[in-house]
Ligand binder design. Structure first.
Ligand code: 87F
Length: 607
């Protein structure tokens, strides 16, 4: 199927706009004999392979007027997906359109009456059916809902609360470093996007374009940001004049759109996602280098200290780095169930590449002209997916306490033999415990719903991964204690009421530490060192990452990718060159080419 039709289908336009868009696309791609109806109708996504007339800088006269872009607000804009490099786009398979799954209705909500309890929980097993398990856990726990545009998902409050925790922590950290938040527009003119065409080139098929407003074609289609270098840097060029304007360190928390054709997976790969993107400028390379690693370490801390997910810090190989960067650093996570590495966040040193393209220059103290040194860095909602995959089990989510919206749930367990007074005393006690915990800084809720059995409630909160359940039964009332049940290990212990305000915060921290320690042991257990091709392949087949000495040459990496692909599994690539290197004895040969190895790289199959 021609890629433009595929793109149209993938966009799921409504009937009115899709009819208009089909007409537009016919003009554009199918019928050269059909005259173009308007400037936009004859527009094609930029052909990135063609020589490109270097475009304007912001504010210069080269920028085209977009007067016809002003659209009545109520009108719907039509999108098209660029296949600027037609051949590349045609090679990738479109994601299968999924009908939005109606999130299954659960038990009735009516008050008072005991409902017939719907079976809660997952049917797929994490170990044997990982893909289905993941889809079930993110939907059943009410983290996401499917949406009727393929590859897009609704982040429900239960997931968004985790993003908020990440955001609040990271935001405070970067502000400490002197970074300020700002917001730049979502839309990019074609000319500006093309300013960095060399780097956009490989990504061209993923750029989505707005081509219409209502029924009118835009004079010039407008791209939706897949990343904001081209949006921000023209203005950096205007704002930076002198060394006194440096450093300039801005960050924005936004959505971005990348029209992926690979199989979409909630959080992990979606066509629209949330992230922060930091874009900074310095007078010297030393300052830029220092920031790259400061940010990288903050990313490590987001994963390890908040999400309890172990990562490996490293530098990307020249093949895997961002094309526009001088070098790319990364934190890499790993999913043992499918043996895949996953890029968790990246911090790039852009060198002076973009400064030269966008004219970001300043006058030095010595009155000379110099280009700024730049960095960019990003962390996305993918982090939530990695966390779910790392800790979840067959009962559902297991959320690390530091990012859990609900850290503890108090469940009173009255029985039918208890009189009204005893029941009231139990409910009052549950409320008092919750109030004390709240005062101690614990995010706590009390489940007093009277139309569910305790067992059903346990399953409900387990599915949602709440780190700690506090049970209060008739015997606990007699003994002045409560039962604490850990979600991560299932361990239970009793504690006197008076000790809960001190005990629970400490236990939550213990859970956080234990979750990280378990995940770290699993991560470390999935790394093997190999010096030969056969040992390398054997480790990969055991679904492990491989630390192997190599010559650091791109051709060797390409060869590994080809040679390690099997019928069942994709080829392996370098995940990173770890910052912490094992000792490399002089003369150690590269496991691929036999040439002298320059370092150890961490290899693996990956997302
Ligand atoms: C997709 C379409 C167009 C990634 C893209 O990593 C352009 C791009 O430039 C693109 N996908 N990239 C690289 C993004 C680099 C960089 N940007 C700021 C980051 C972190 C935050």
């Amino acid at each position: 199927m021609p890629c433009h039709r595929r793109a149209l289908r993938a966009l799921q336009l409504n009937s009115q706009s899709s009819a208009a868009c089909v007409r537009l696309l016919r003009h554009r791609w199918i019928g050269p004999s059909v005259p173009a109806a308007s400037p936009a109708a004859s527009w094609r996504p930029p052909a990135f392979s063609q020589a490109f007339q270097r475009c304007c800088r912001a504010g210069s006269s080269g920028r085209r007027s977009c007067s016809s872009m002003a659209a009545p607000e109520e009108q719907m804009a039509a999108l098209s997906v660029a296949d600027g490099n037609g051949a590349a786009a045609a090679k990738v398979k479109p994601a299968k359109e999924k009908k939005p799954k109606a999130d299954k209705p659960k038990q009735g909500e009516g008050k008072g009456e005991k409902k017939k309890e719907t079976k809660l929980g997952l049917t797929a097993s994490k170990e044997t059916d990982f893909g289905d398990w993941y889809s079930q856990v993110v939907v059943e726990s009410e983290m996401i809902s499917y949406y009727d545009v393929s590859g897009c998902y609704i982040l429900r409050p239960y997931a968004f609360a985790i993003w908020d925790e990440i955001k609040n922590w990271f935001d405070a950290q970067i502000k400490e470093l002197g970074v300020q938040n700002a917001y730049f527009p979502l839309f990019i003119t074609e000319d500006v996007l093309m300013t960095e065409k060399e780097h956009v080139e490989g990504f061209a098929p993923e750029v989505a374009w707005v081509t219409k407003s209502g029924s009118s074609d835009l004079e010039r289609p407008i791209a939706i940001r897949p990343t904001s270098e081209t949006v921000m840097y023209p203005y950096y060029a205007q704002w930076i004049r002198s060394h006194r304007d440096l450093p300039l360190r801005l960050n924005q928390w936004t959505n971005v759109v990348r029209w992926e054709f690979k199989h979409p997976t909630p959080f992990i790969r979606s066509r629209e996602f949330l992230w922060q993107e930091g874009h900074t400028c310095f007078a010297t390379k030393e300052e830029a280098d220092a920031e790259v690693y400061q940010i990288l370490d903050l990313y490590r801390r987001v994963y390890e200290e908040l999400l309890a997910v172990p990562v490996c810090k490293g530098v990307k190989s020249s093949k895997e780095k961002f094309a526009g960067a001088l070098y790319t650093t990364t934190v890499e996570a790993f999913i043992p169930q499918n043996g895949r590495g996953i890029q968790a966040a990246t911090s790039h040193c852009l060198g002076q590449n973009f400064a030269k393209m966008f004219g970001i220059e300043f006058e030095t103290e010595e009155k000379a002209r110099a280009h700024a040194w730049q960095n960019s860095w990003g962390l996305t909602t993918r982090s939530i997916g990695v966390m779910v995959m790392t800790h979840g089990d067959d009962r559902g989510l297991v959320i690390p306490p530091r990012v859990a919206q609900v850290q503890a749930v108090v469940i009173p367990i009255p029985n039918s033999k208890m009189g009204e007074d005893a029941t009231k005393a139990m409910l009052d006690r549950a409320a008092a415990i919750a109030a004390e915990l709240k005062a101690a800084g614990v995010r706590v809720t009390t489940d007093t719903r009277d139309n569910y059995t305790p067992g059903w409630k346990y399953n409900y909160w387990e599915l949602r991964g709440v780190p700690l359940r506090i049970e209060l039964g008739p015997r606990d009332m007699e003994g002045g204690v409560a039962m604490l049940a850990r979600r991560d290990s299932g361990a239970k212990e009793t504690a006197p009421w008076g000790e809960l305000a001190a005990k629970v915060p400490a236990l939550l921290e213990q859970i956080q530490a234990d979750m990280y320690a378990r995940a770290r042991a699993a991560f470390d257990g999935c790394i093997e060192t190999a010096y030969t091709w056969d040992d390398f392949m054997a480790a990969l087949e055991r679904k492990h990452m491989v630390l192997a000495p190599w010559c650091d040459e791109e051709e060797a990496e390409e060869e590994v990718k080809k040679k390690s692909a099997t019928k069942e599994a994709m080829g392996a690539k370098t995940l990173c060159i770890p910052l912490e290197q094992p000792e490399l004895k002089p003369g150690t040969p590269c496991f691929v080419t036999g040439k002298p190895a320059k370092n150890f790289a961490l290899w693996g199959r990956s997302y």
